[in-house]
Design a protein. Structure first.
Length: 127
């Protein structure tokens, strides 16, 4: 049986929905299309949506201060604008950004960044 899959939504389990909603809305201009009492927000990110779901109470430990998650996932955004200019703009806004890189025989420039809770995102621009 052949089934067609289309990625619809990526959900991040986060400590502070409001903070990340503000980050993705202000930094990338993503529109909030659904939200519920600071525990859920859904943002439009082109052909896919990003869901921000508050982690369960058992995982919320406010005594440890600012939460940074160490995970093995990365979301990639294909962009049209100059990756170097975008990187510099985001650094000026206080966003943690890594260096622009590429690989031999690879047609794209790449640049990783980190949201306020440690989720990694990447920009990908055609050379």
């Amino acid at each position: 049986m052949k089934t067609t899959f289309n990625l619809d939504t990526i959900i991040f389990y986060v400590q502070n929905v409001e903070k990340l909603k503000a980050f993705y809305s202000a930094t990338f201009g993503f529109e909030v299309i659904e939200e519920f009492e600071s525990t859920w927000a859904l943002l439009s990110a082109g052909d896919c949506k990003i869901g921000l779901h508050q982690i369960g109470a058992a995982y919320l430990d406010k005594s440890k201060g600012e939460f940074k998650f160490d995970n093995n996932a990365k979301i990639v955004f294909k962009i049209e604008q100059d990756i170097h200019n975008l990187r510099n703009h985001l650094i000026d806004q206080g966003v943690e950004m890594r260096e622009v890189k590429t690989f031999d025989d690879y047609d794209f420039w790449l640049c990783d960044g980190v949201d306020p809770e440690g989720n990694v995102f990447q920009f990908k621009q055609k050379k």
